[in-house]
Design a protein around this ligand. Structure first.
Ligand code: FAD
Ligand code: FES
Ligand code: FES
Length: 491
């Protein structure tokens, strides 16, 4: 694995690997961690899909958080090498201890007969390693979440789940725990006070550390692409074979990943990975968190952001319909100027947003639950886990005295943008919250949208699903809470 040549900028990428600081120069910033590892001979990390779907390429990235090392599984196939700057990298080659002694998760995989052809095994082992290093004793549900982004075509998942149960049953005790203080010290030694400016192969990669640096970099380079988790953007390189000449990475911008709460709002930093935002969102809106739990896989949620989901403006992105229904807004910044824009005004046309050149999303403001507000969201996809929505519907209805005081209904997968259902909302508002009103609102829904047919669903199916989701919302809300829960979270 070349630490690079001398053709790049003077400033190297620095990260911790195998107990020392690696300095990388001359590696094209569009190079994925997977390709870099494999080109350097570390071929334990496999390529299956090159788009974040199969988990064969899973590696683990460590970061300092609150005086501890926090390890997260990520897909090496859609992470660019410079995004490792300031972090620690662990690959499957690093797990075995002195003399080849297996790591507890590797031993459990062997003892539980959890591998056949072995192609998926390094990826599973790394997902289990991240789980092993996380606090707490995971139950089956937690284990299923941790490996939902790893596909195995021959062993079957039961022995792998058993291996996780065995490995994580007791106190954690491995070489990584013993090396933690040393790794933290190395991470401290490469912490940047000013952002990284890296250049190689004629391409540039900036990694600002403050919002001011980020704002200035975007003013200087309005054509640069903002890189957050890269789970949409990196696929332009790996699947569409495009070149991303100038990248500005927001992952290390201090404050931009903060999650705060005011009396009236949840404030999610645009660069906060879903994994970090989940607890705060779940406390306010459990139904929102349930949709997030099915957004991609753990590897995806460990890096992907709500800022990226919104800016990407896909008509089938999962968070925009939920945010539209809740009346969320985005705080945008360009240079020193900030503006707050209702999400209603953000999506202009297919993949076109109100973001000006040089402007970025700084945070997302979500109103907190109010008395009388009923909220639910439903993601309908062909596969339950790790699949993109065919339709995603979100409903926020405020009732008082049996009358609908306000209604916000929004869908993904029904139009060229995530979109509110204006006719449906009008048919609900001011009316009694009963079957006749819902029937009229369901009929209005059919006039609100003219969805397309594509590989995920036909137009007819989408329309029927949208209508049925409104009924499902009505019926589940009309039931006592325990039954409503079963309906909402049932298969
Ligand atoms: C395997 C896989 C499964 C997926 N499953 C789902 C799913 O179930 N549901 C779903 O909705 N999506 C899914 N996605 C898509 C993707 O994970 C999400 O859209 C994610 O939220 C994107 O966030 P990111 O941080 O990775 O964005 P990036 O890829 O880094 O960026 C996406 C776009 O947003 C721009 N951008 C990023 N941050 C900002 C900012 N702060 N200001 C302005 N522009 C910005 C970038 O320039 C880019 O154009 C999946 C992707 C993969 C690879
Ligand atoms: S190679 Fe399939 S997820 Fe990376
Ligand atoms: S063991 Fe063959 S793909 Fe999993």
């Amino acid at each position: 694995m070349g630490d690079g040549d001398s053709t790049g900028s003077a400033e190297p990428i620095r990260f911790v690997h195998r107990g020392r600081v690696r300095e990388i120069r001359g590696v094209d910033p569009n190079t994925t961690v997977l390709n870099w590892l494999r080109a350097g001979g570390l071929t334990g990390t496999k390529e299956g899909c090159a788009e974040g779907d199969c988990g064969a390429c899973t590696v683990v990235v460590g970061e300092a958080a609150g005086g501890r090392l926090c390890y997260r599984a990520v897909n090496a196939c859609i992470q660019f090498v410079p995004a490792l700057d300031g972090k620690a990298l662990v690959t499957v080659e690093d797990l075995a201890g002195a003399g080849g002694a297996l790591h507890p998760v590797q031993r459990a995989m062997v003892e539980q007969h959890a591998s056949q052809c072995g192609f998926c095994t390094p990826g599973f082992v790394m997902s289990l390693f991240a789980l092993y290093r996380a606090p707490g004793k995971p139950d089956r549900a937690r284990i299923n979440d941790a490996i939902a982004g790893n596909l195995c075509r021959c062993t079957g998942y039961r022995p792998i789940v058993n291996a996780a149960l065995v490995a994580c049953a007791g106190a954690r005790n491995d070489e990584f725990l013993r090396a933690e203080a040393g790794t933290l010290a190395l991470l401290g030694s490469i912490r940047r006070e000013r952002g990284l400016v890296y250049e190689a192969a004629g391409r540039r990669f900036y990694a600002p550390v403050s919002e001011d640096e980020l704002a200035a970099a975007l003013l200087r380079e309005p054509a640069a692409r903002i890189l957050a988790g890269g789970t949409d953007l990196a696929l332009e390189v790996t699947k569409q074979h495009r070149d991303l000449d100038t990248l500005i990475h927001v992952g290390g911008v201090r404050g931009l990943a903060d999650i705060e709460e005011s009396a009236s709002h949840l404030e999610i930093g645009a660069a906060a990975p879903y994994g970090d935002a989940m607890a705060a969102i779940a406390a306010a809106y459990p139904e929102f968190a349930e949709v997030l739990r099915r957004l991609g896989s753990e590897q995806i949620r460990n890096v992907a952001t709500m800022g990226g989901n919104i800016a990407n403006a896909s008509p089938i992105g999962d968070t925009p319909p939920l945010l539209l229904a809740l009346g969320a807004s985005v705080v945008l910044r360009k240079g020193a100027a900030r503006r707050e824009l209702a999400l209603d005004d953000f999506f202009l046309a297919y993949r076109k947003t109100a973001l000006a050149p040089g402007e970025f999303i700084a945070r997302i403001r979500i109103p907190k639950p109010r008395a009388g507000l009923r909220f639910a969201a439903y993601k309908v996809s062909k596969r339950f886990d790790q699949d993109i929505s065919a339709v995603c519907g979100a409903f926020a209805v405020e009732t008082g005295g049996g009358i609908v005081r306000a209604a916000r209904v929004a869908f993904g997968g029904m139009a060229a943008t995530p979109k509110r259902a204006a006719g449906c909302e009008a048919a609900l508002t001011g009316k009694p919250w009963n079957e006749a009103t819902v029937a009229a609102a369901a009929a209005a829904l059919e006039r609100d949208f003219a969805p397309i047919s594509d590989m995920r669903a036909s137009a007819r199916y989408r329309t029927a699903v949208a209508r049925n989701l409104l009924w499902r919302f009505f019926r589940s809300e009309a039931l006592p809470p325990a039954e409503a829960h079963v309906l909402r979270y049932g298969t």
